[in-house]
Each structure stands twice: as C-alpha cells, then as structure tokens.
Design a protein around this ligand. Sequence first.
Ligand code: NAI
Length: 214
Amino acid sequence: MRYRRIPDETVRRMPFYLRGVRILSGKGHSSICSKSLADYLGINDWQIRKDFSYFGDFGKPGVGYDSAKLEKRISKILNLVCDHNVVLVGAGNLGSAILTFNGFGQYGFNIIAAFDNDVKKIGKKRGAVIIEDVSKIAKLKKRKVNLGIISVPASAAQEAADALVAAGVKGLLNFAPVRINVPKKIKVITIDIAIELARLPYYMASSQSQSAWG
Ligand code: NAI
C-alpha cells in the first residue's frame, strides 16, 4: 500500500471523535453512525468518514460502527490503549491548575511527578504529587515517564525541555510562549491561549463561522 501521510488536522480531530463516541456510548448507543457522531460534535459527517478513511476500513457505510469497537479502534490509533506517565515542570499558577485537574485519567494519563526550582514550593503537595526539586529531574529515568508538560516562564522553557528529554521523555506539551528545540524524534505541541484568543476577533469581524475545533 502506498504510504499516505495523515494530516495533522485529522489527528487533531481524533480525540474529539473519541470523546464523542464515549459520550454517545454512555448514553446507551451501542452502534454509532458517522451522522449521529457528526451531529453530536457539530461537524459534517463526510469529515468523519474522510478522517477515518486514512486509517483503513472502519465498517460498512450507512450501517454504523459498533461503539465499543470504534472506541477501541480510535484509542489504538491515538496510542491511548496503554497508560502514559506524565511529568510537569513549573508548578506555578498554570502548573498547579493542571496538577489538580482530574480529567486526564480518562485518557490514561497519570501525572506522577512535578518539579519546580522555588524552595517555597518544593515539598508541597499539588493534586496527587509532591513537588520535587528540579535539580533531581534526571532521576526520572527510573520512573518510566514518557510525556512532559512545560509550564515554566519562557526564559526557562528550553532548559526544562532539555532536562525532560535527557530524562527519557518522548513528547512535550509546552505552555511557554516560546519555541523550544528538541531532537527530531521528540514531538512537541505548544498551546497558547493568548494566540487562540488573538484569532477570535478575526472571525467576529468577518462574521465567518468557526467549526467546533477551529
Ligand atoms: P508562574 O510564575 O505562576 O509559574 C511558573 C513556575 O515555574 C513557578 O512556580 C516557578 O518557580 C517555576 N520555575 C521558574 N523557573 C524554573 C526552572 N528553571 N525550573 C523549574 N521551575 C521553574 O507562571 P504561570 O502563570 O503559571 O505561567 C507559566 C508558563 O505558562 C509561562 O510561560 C506562561 O507564559 C505560560 N502560560 C501559558 C498559557 C497558555 O495558554 N499557553 C496560559 C498561562 C500561562
């Protein structure tokens, strides 16, 4: 089969599909068609079928997908079938909010450690973890952590990324408003609420409608 690159936008939509399937399934839908999933998510059903088509055969068109199988399939595509240990660097305002948020478990993410360089924060409990001294980050290697969250100021983000990569982390979610450089094999996703806000007025001014995931 010819290699087809999966568009990032498709990958970006897959977790929404997973959440939609779980919610509909929780409401008693044992079978879900692309139309009902699309209606629930507020998008076009062709988009869902097109996105699914990148990953092979999902079932007979028009018949609907078995909910449990669909959930498993999407989870597998997203590599969410096994748990992922997550570490956070920077337990300030944002970091603390992340550490105390209890919605990560449903995707198999366990925040197992948090680091900071502020002596007033080190040793304090946030959520399920005790904040550790960032100078001890290398010890993470023994704890099988594969995802890192960066919530330090921009000036400290590269240093935090380097330490996390050296400790064996393979993917980084970066909240600092700065580009970080990592080896090619490491995936970085940067989230910036200010940037997201900055494009909202454009749609307001031009009255353009916006899809559920922008
Ligand atoms: P904050 O100042 O409350 O927290 C930063 C934490 O990082 C502090 O606890 C500080 O002690 C720690 N820190 C500083 N240098 C460190 C180092 N070298 N190693 C380990 N820890 C270190 O700041 P806040 O508001 O929590 O923001 C954190 C980051 O997230 C900033 O880069 C900010 O711009 C960004 N941010 C991003 C948002 C987004 O939507 N992407 C929203 C809010 C904040």
